[in-house]
Structures are given as C-alpha cells and as structure tokens.
Design a protein around this ligand. Structure first.
Ligand code: AMP
Ligand code: ZN
Length: 132
C-alpha cells in the first residue's frame, strides 16, 4: 500500500514531462503559434505546416493522448466530436462534395511522427488506393 504513493507521483511526473515536450500540447497551450481553423474546449484544429493536399488540416484532442493505442472509453465523446467537426470543416473548405479523407497514423509502420493523437483531414485532390 505504502509503495503506491511514489509510483503515482512518478506516473504524474512522467505524464507532465511528456506534455511539456509534446509539440501539439505546446500548440494547445499557445506556446507555439499555428493557423487555427476551429477550436472548442476539448479539440483544436489547425493547418498542417507541410500540406500533402490543397486542404490539409489536423484535428487533435486538447488532452494529451499519445495515439490510437492509448484511447479509452472516456475519450469516446472527444473522438465523436472530431468526426463531427471534420464533417463541418469539409463543408467549410468546400471538399464535402468532391470527397476527402480523415486519417490517423498509429505507430512506426504507419509513419506517426508526433506522439499526440491527431487526425489528418485531406482533400482538394484525388487520392490513390492503397495508400503508400
Ligand atoms: P504524423 O506523421 O501522422 O505524425 O503527422 C504529423 C503531422 O504534423 C505532419 O503532417 C506534419 O507536417 C505536421 N506538423 C509538424 N509540425 C507542425 C507544426 N508546427 N504545425 C503544423 N503541423 C505540423
Ligand atoms: Zn501532447
């Protein structure tokens, strides 16, 4: 029982250190500026710095979640919000009729570069399948 306290402290310390060094958390806090297209209390949406299509927006939960492997039941509302806002942004960017992709990369094989859950909203050109 007595050993739980230091471990909980260590857990919290590691979580906070993660957040302090996380690029997208630093955008959420406003420390790093970005071109925000939408935000709510729980999500932030901004233009990708290296766009892969005429429309390339990233949608992220404001809470630090490392990736899809790390979501839990309590995250269902924010994940639902991301999908609903993706639909809204697709309309706003006029790609709803022509088509678009909402993609999340999870882990090394998928090419995930930033360890904070994010969804790419891509549109404005034709995409190939299967993806590269
Ligand atoms: P992923 O490869 O799925 O982890 O995607 C990470 C995305 O973050 C890439 O598309 C990058 O271009 C994008 N990115 C990295 N740094 C920034 C930044 N400072 N502002 C906006 N997007 C960024
Ligand atoms: Zn983060």
């Amino acid at each position: 029982m007595g050993s739980r306290q230091p471990l909980a402290f260590l857990d919290e310390f590691c979580y906070n250190t993660n957040i302090m060094s996380c690029l997208f958390c630093r955008m959420v806090s406003g420390e790093i500026k970005t071109e925000i297209v939408f935000q709510s209390d729980t999500i932030l949406c901004f233009r990708d710095i290296n766009p892969q299509a005429p429309v390339h927006i990233l949608l992220i939960p404001k809470k630090h979640i490392a990736g899809l492997n790390d979501i839990s039941k309590e995250d269902i509302p924010v994940l639902g919000e991301i999908q609903t806002v993706a639909q809204l942004l697709a309309k706003q960017e006029a790609i709803d009729a022509t088509g678009y992709r909402l993609v999340t990369n999870c882990g090394a094989d998928a090419g995930q570069a930033v360890a904070h859950l994010h969804y790419h909203l891509l549109g404005g050109r034709k995409f190939g399948w299967p993806p590269g």
